[in-house]
Design a protein around this ligand. Sequence first.
Ligand code: CP
Length: 361
Amino acid sequence: MAQNRKLSDISWDDFQALSLIEKGPFFQGNTPHTLIAQQFTRAGLEELCTLATRIKRINKRRDGANYLKSLLSDKRAMLYFAQPSSRTYLSFNAACQILGLDTMDVRDTKTSSEVKGESPEDTIRTFSSYVDMIIMRHPVGGFAERVAWMLAHTNREIPLLNAGSGADQHPTQALLDVYTLTRSLNRVGGMDGKHVAFVGDLARGRTVRSLAWMLTLYDDMTLYFVAPEPLQIGQDILDLLDQAGTKYVVTQDFASVMPIADAIYMTRIQDEWDVAGQSSTTGSSEYRIEAKHMDILKDTTAILHPLPRREEISTDIDNDPRAMYWRQMRNGMWIRAALMLKTFHRQDEVHQYYDDYKPES
Ligand code: CP
């Protein structure tokens, strides 16, 4: 069991050989990194959600916004995005601004010295010399873990926040998804016992892989994985759900799931990962939500999407109260601000400020 062990105490080969569940405790406690969904506990998620809401409320008032801006004004963050991004990049950048962090970025690796043959590890180590935190999106699965391990073996182990790695993990997206689900499902009795459907390209969707694990932390949930066979959820995720004792259904039949889902998490085709034309299997309208489906859904079903979308959600349902995806996107800014405060251990001050001033909801 990896409990209470540190990245600095384990070889890379031994660390790599661990399962995701065994890796989780390496990123709990006082370790600064946010890398995988498996490092979170339910209490930790609930604390982040409460903190996010408090930041949002404090930020509404000018004096509150100025207070928040003072909290991390002694810190600098590097936004290293080696893959395209709109929401994750902008919401992290906005969260930095809310908390007063200065930011630098590299969004095109052709502008860094990687083009001169510098290794990706040396590139990150170079960044770590100038900033107090690195927020990284990278196309190579597992590279974020490698970087965290490398930083743990230097004298400057600054926090690394995984903003999406390969097709395997997107833990901060899962945080904003949980935040949005919590706020939506609290209106109908909370998260426990609910039916959550994932629809679309589940094989290559890193947001689904991270969120599915986080939902195992809630009681008596049933997860539905709705996709054509070539794009179905990976067996590795189903094995994790089995280990966690979370119920799930794997199906191609979206029509049968629509009326029973308390939340539906739509995803786009991730054709940037195509190697065998898998994307052509979702050409039909079976895996879409359109206006004609809204009467089939419950009145309270929350519709989420990590975005960007293509055809899988018709724009004519955007103003339906069940369409949560625009709110979900904005929630990313608040939960990422909460995560950064927690990363730098400044959350207690914000709770105290909130309790003293009680900003309006
Ligand atoms: N959801 C998400 O990760 O969006 P971006 O790729 O735009 O950051």
